[in-house]
Design a protein around this ligand. Structure first.
Ligand SMILES: Nc1ccn([C@@H]2O[C@H](COP(=O)(O)OP(=O)(O)OP(=O)(O)O)[C@@H](O)[C@H]2O)c(=O)n1
Ligand SMILES: C[C@](O)(CO)[C@H](O)COP(=O)(O)O
Length: 236
């Protein structure tokens, strides 16, 4: 079977409010390199990925080109574009840069520990299912709470996953879902699978990511990331 074009949309237009660092978290240095560098490097290395659309804060396009893409020799970045107010706005803008058929890997630039093996697993799944997300089964017991913070329900743990990125879709399917979303108001969307689930009622397959594929969200995540990084070679 002929391989379809794969585009990674790497998102780095967030404000990093929960991290609260002076420099926005995607540019914070880990082992001397910006957090954003690490995922770009992995998508650049992956033989499954043909091109990268990098979505950054408005006005940061040139900085990212010079200080990240060119400085570290990232080859596959085709476009660097400004993002929007919410994550889903940034994804929508990234999607509008994609032409023709293929698959889209939407990835948080704040997840530096994506690896080439999970990209391969996601590629194999998307070829079959058209929609998949990487994630891992939870290790703790999960409680669903009511508004007063009383336990409403304890879901069966074997059916509960922590969802990560990349989230990978047939490009036409994801565009259709986001197109429908763009006509909605007052909608809260926190990942791309939700858009596909809710707009198209399309089944989304879960694929194993890794417990290391954390999102750098709050300050303690940076400490954990330093430990993970100290165990990894720079190229994988
Ligand atoms: N308008 C936005 C919001 C988020 N993101 C990106 O989406 C990913 C996941 O978002 P999150 O970790 O929540 O980042 P922030 O929005 O930056 O964090 P916070 O919610 O704490 O402000 C990040 O790589 C972030 O840069 C984006 O491209 N555009
Ligand atoms: C897409 C995501 O990383 C999956 O876990 C997450 O939902 C992003 O949410 P955030 O509110 O932008 O942190």
């Amino acid at each position: 079977m002929e391989k379809k074009k794969c585009t990674a949309i790497v998102l780095a237009a967030g404000q990093g409010r929960r991290m609260g660092t002076k420099v926005r978290k995607q540019y914070v240095l880990l082992e001397g390199r910006p957090i954003l560098y690490y995922s770009l490097h992995v998508f650049d290395l992956s033989p499954y990925i043909d091109e990268i659309v990098l979505v950054v804060g408005k006005g940061e396009e040139e900085y990212c080109r010079k200080e990240i893409v060119e400085k570290y020799g990232i080859q596959k970045v085709r476009r660097i574009i400004p993002g929007g107010a919410e994550r889903y706005h940034s994804v929508w803008k990234g999607l509008s840069e994609i032409e023709g058929e293929g698959y889209v890997f939407v990835h948080d630039g704040a997840r530096p520990f994506v690896d080439t093996a999970m990209i391969e697993r996601a590629y194999e799944a998307v070829c079959v299912c058209k929609a998949c997300v990487v994630g891992m089964p939870v290790k703790d017991t999960i409680k669903l709470a009511d508004e007063e913070e009383f336990v409403k329900e304890t879901p069966k743990r074997e059916f509960v996953w922590l969802v990560q990125t990349p989230q990978v879709f047939d490009a036409a399917l994801l565009k259709e879902a986001y197109e429908l979303l763009s006509h909605k108001t007052h909608i809260q969307v926190t990942d791309d699978a939700m858009v596909v689930e809710q707009m198209l009622q399309y089944p989304v397959k879960l694929v194993c990511g890794s417990y290391e594929n954390i999102k750098i969200t709050t300050p303690e995540d940076l400490e954990v990331a330093k430990v993970f990084l100290s165990r990894k070679p720079l190229t994988q």
